[in-house]
Design a protein around this ligand. Structure first.
Ligand SMILES: C[S@@+](CC[C@H](N)C(=O)[O-])C[C@H]1O[C@@H](n2cnc3c(N)ncnc32)[C@H](O)[C@@H]1O
Length: 269
C-alpha cells in the first residue's frame, strides 16, 4: 500500500506556497458561504427577512473576497487536475439566493469552468425539517428542499491523465451517474458545523484520482477531506486559517494516524 501523508497548514490559502503549479490532481473543498453577521440573519425569524437585495450584496461581497483563493485553486490544479466545489443556493424570506451560480461565475473568472455538477441530498435532509406544509398544506407554506451540489471544474485546456480502471459493479456505476447522489449525513458529534458528507468526499476521490495523487482542500475545516484522502492512499494538503479550527483538525488527524497504526495500517505524518 502506498505510504500516504496528510498535512494541514495553519494559514490563508490565498498563497498555497507548499504546492507547486499543476501538482494537485484534485481539490475537494467547501468554501465558507457568508460571514457570521449574515449567518445570524439567515438563521433568524423569517418575518424579519425582508431586505433581500441587502443580504445578497453582503453574500456577493463575501464571495468576491475569496477570489485570491479561487485563483490559487486554478494554479495548483493546472491543466491536469479537477476542482470540486461544494455549494448550495440559500433561502431568505421565501426567496432563493443563487449562491451556486455566484460560485460558478467566480470560479470561471479565475479560469475554472464548470464541466458538470453533482447535486446530492443526505438521508437527514427529510421534509420533516420543513413541517409547516405537512401540518397546514397551503400555498404560502409550500417549499422543497434545496439540494447541495458539487461543481466539478477544470481549466478549458484540461487533459485527463491516464487513470486506472475503477473496480465498480454495475449498481455502483448506476448510483454514481444518477442525477442525484443520496448519501448518509456526517455523523452526529461531527467536527465542523459545515462538514461535507464523508461519502461524497470518498466518491469524488475514488472517481477522479489514483493512489499516490495529491488531494488539496484550501478550506480544510475539520480536516475530513485530508483524512479520507489519506485513508485511500492519496497524499493530502489542506489550509485552515482559523487557529482553533486548525488545532482541532490537527488533533483529529493525529488520532486517526494512531488508530491506523494500531490496526497495522501505515501512512500519514
Ligand atoms: C465551510 S468550512 C469547511 C468545512 C469542511 N468541508 C469540513 O468538512 O470540515 C470553511 C472553512 O474554511 C476556513 N477558511 C475560510 N477562509 C479561509 C482562507 N482564506 N484560508 C484558509 N481557510 C479558510 C474557515 O475557517 C472554515 O473552517
Amino acid at each position: 500500500m502506498h505510504e500516504a501523508t496528510a498535512t494541514i497548514v495553519c494559514g490563508d490559502s490565498c498563497a498555497m506556497e507548499c504546492i507547486a503549479s499543476g501538482e494537485a490532481a484534485l481539490i475537494v473543498t467547501s468554501p465558507p458561504y457568508y460571514p457570521n453577521s449574515v449567518a445570524r440573519i439567515l438563521g433568524g425569524s423569517r418575518t424579519r427577512q425582508v431586505n433581500v437585495a441587502g443580504i445578497w450584496s453582503k453574500i456577493d461581497a463575501f464571495a468576491q473576497s475569496l477570489r485570491p483563493v479561487f485563483r490559487e485553486m486554478a494554479r495548483v490544479v493546472g491543466d491536469r487536475g479537477l476542482c470540486c466545489i461544494e455549494t448550495k443556493d440559500l433561502e431568505f424570506g421565501g426567496f432563493r439566493l443563487p449562491l451556486a451560480a455566484l460560485h460558478a461565475r467566480l470560479a470561471a473568472d479565475c479560469g475554472l469552468l464548470v464541466r458538470f455538477d453533482v447535486p446530492f441530498r443526505t438521508a437527514g435532509a427529510k421534509p420533516s425539517h420543513f413541517p409547516a406544509f405537512l401540518k397546514d398544506p397551503r400555498v404560502g407554506n409550500f417549499r422543497v428542499l434545496v439540494a447541495s451540489r458539487i461543481l466539478v471544474c477544470s481549466t478549458q485546456r484540461w487533459r485527463s491523465s491516464p487513470g486506472v480502471p475503477l473496480s465498480l459493479d454495475r449498481r455502483a456505476r448506476l448510483e454514481l451517474i444518477s442525477p442525484l447522489w443520496r448519501v448518509a449525513a456526517a455523523r452526529s458529534g461531527r467536527l465542523h458545523a459545515h462538514q461535507t458528507p464523508p461519502e461524497v468526499v470518498r466518491r469524488l476521490i475514488q472517481l477522479f484520482t489514483n493512489v499516490g495523487d495529491l488531494v488539496v482542500d484550501p478550506f480544510a475545516g475539520s480536516g475530513q477531506v485530508l483524512a479520507i484522502a489519506r485513508s485511500m492512499g492519496r497524499n493530502a494538503i489542506g489550509y485552515e486559517c482559523d487557529p482553533a479550527t486548525h488545532a482541532r483538525a490537527l488533533d483529529a488527524l493525529m488520532k486517526y494516524r494512531v488508530r491506523m497504526a494500531t490496526m497495522g495500517v501505515r501512512g500519514g505524518r
